[in-house]
Every structure is written in structure tokens, then in C-alpha cells.
Ligand binder design. Sequence first.
Ligand SMILES: [Fe+2]
Length: 405
Amino acid sequence: MSPDLKEKRNISDIKTLPSQQSWPWWPLLPLYPYGKRRTVFKELIPSQLWSFEQLQGIYYVAVPVRMTVVRVNTGLMLINPLPPTKEILNDLKKLQDKYGPVKTIVLPTASGLEHKISLPALARSFPSSILWICPGQWSFPIPLPLDFLGIPRSRTNILFADGLPHKNCCDWFSLGPVDIGLGRFQEISCFHRVSKALIVTDALVGIDSEPPSLFDLDPTPLLFHSRDKGSDPLIDTPSARRKGWSRVVLFSSFLRPSELEIPPLSIVLNNAFKPGLRNFRSHFGLFPFDWKNGWEKTAKELMGYKQPIIQIAPVIERLVFPRAKDTFIDWLDDIKSIKGLNWLVSAHFNALVRFTNSDVQTLKNKINNRSWARNDGNWTFISSVDKTLLKLGVVPKKPVEKFRD
Ligand SMILES: [Fe+2]
């Protein structure tokens, strides 16, 4: 195959997914790629830390979501549950054969639906495991007890209230709670002393300019968003993947970036249903996006080029912590005091990013030297969401007060 042909591989070459990757519970949270969850399994720190990554998103705005496997003295601990497809269970079986059984499953977030949705199925896959969950679990529209949510109460402990798991090799830190109206935001991070890695959920992410390797399995989301109009074909080239990835990063950071316009319906329809694009994979050529000049500049500010940029995701800053910056800074101070901190492993974007005590201080300085939870530019849309919720009384003006003693 010529290099040209190799580069311009059309997406129709991609093979059908095997049954090992099916996830039958996807209608509970119908996110792309729905019932077909391909997984990338990686060893992050030899014999200590592993990750399973899947894609998750809306309208091809897909980012990696990660479960981390931690070696503990008595076996394995799973943090941030993922849908337990056969593919994942097969790889976990290999780890268990070598390092011991899955002893513990941790759901470290109170609000992250994408992380909690697969806890019941994962718990059923490991019936002897003990579950540890973040305090303040909530459900909407009506509050339901844990058993109704599929979380077996008889083998479930609440982090901090019932103690902490594996204290001989892990330290635990709470970010929050913060009142977000419908419930609380809180997440519990785990520092695993042997691997020197801090495992978080949504608190921090490290974003790189290179698309995650997960997209090598199917780059469709990147190719879809790399285009300028719906009539453009989905052509697979390294630069198309990078362009698409930059836009996915912008979408996931700001939901509706300021350089993005929604074209009139007549233009969207005019560009749709062109030959070669009349299929579900291309969304029939329906592409309601028009990127204005300058979008690349904002994307570059979010992504690292030699190593990932560690940051609080703008959407978390503006919608969870707009009036609780001190809570976030308190947590940074907590993790800054960790002896031997060397790595960050978060549940989204890059795994295993270098993260030392001085990196925490640099991040804190950066945050303190810029405006927090801005209202302008790319922040305009998420800011308007928060302002509306505040006006309607859905979110409180003082989000931390009710949790104070
Ligand atoms: Fe998340």
C-alpha cells in the first residue's frame, strides 16, 4: 500500500465490532458509542497501575473515560467504574491470575453519572468485592436508596463515614462537597504510594494535542468534526484527526465555544444527504457547525504540545466551582502536601501525566493569577447556563455553607 493510500484510509474500511465489546445497559445513559464499547487496556506503572479506557460522548464529541486498576496488598482495587464488557473482564482475569482478586471497587464521585452508571454491573461481576462510594450519592428526579440504584447496600461502605480502604498503601483526599442544587459535587482522590500516582475523577485533566490512541480503533468522531461543512467527506489523515481532536477538546471544555456558530437550517440541509454521506456514520451529512477564524488559537491554549497541560476543565470551573474557588484551592493545598507525588491519573483525557508537588504549586499560582469562572469569550455559554440556574434558584449563591459544621 502506498503511503498516500495508508494515510487516506476511508472510514468504511473499519471492521464490525466483536460481541466482546457489547454493553447492553447503554440505554440507561445513551452516549456514543452506545452498545459497542471498545476498550484500550494499558499498563501505566509496571505491576502497580493499569487503565481501561473507552470513548464516551454526545454527537461524536467523544473523550476517553477511564477506569484505573490499582494493585493493593491483597489484590486489586478498581477506581472509577466502566461498563464491564467481556473484553474488560478477560483482561481483568489475567491481572487477577497474577496479582490476586478484585477486592475493592471505588466510586469516588457523588455526581459524575458517567462514572456511576456502570457500578451495579461491575459490582455484579465481582460478587466478593467490597464497594466504597463517595458520600452524598443522589439521584434525580427522585432520591432513591442505594439498593434501588443497583448498588448492593450490604457490601457497600461510604468513604470517610465508614473508614477508608487500603490505608496501608493509599491516602485519600476529598474535593468538596459543593452544593450544586440538585445534589452535591464531591470527589475523593486516591494517592497510591507505591506508584506515586494521584487518581482523580473530574477534578483535573491533562490534555494533549495528539488524539488519544483510543481513536485508532475508530477515528470517526475526529473525522466527523474535522470538516468545515456537511458535504465534506470523512477522510482519514493524521492532520484531519488532529483538527477533529482540537474541536472535540473545545466542545468538551466550553460546550459551545465562542468561535462556533450554528448555521441556518437551510444551509445545513443544503449540505446534507450528498452521495457517499447518506449513512448513519456520517449522520447523513447533517453538520450544524460553522467554525469561525481563530478557533485554533483557543484550542492550542488548552492542549499541551510536548506534554499534556494539567487544568481544571472550564466546564467544571464555571458550573461546579464558580462560587467555590476556595474549596478547589483547599484541595490543591491538600494534594500539594503529598510526599512523593509524581503522577496524575484522571478519569478523562490523558492517563499518567507527570504531576509533582511543584506542578501543583504552579497550577495554584496560575489559577490565582487569572480570572476565575469568567463570563466572556469562550466562557459565555457556560456562564449563561450558570446565571440562568442561579436566577431560577436551582443553584445556591453560597454553595459550601450548608456543609459547614
Ligand atoms: Fe467524568
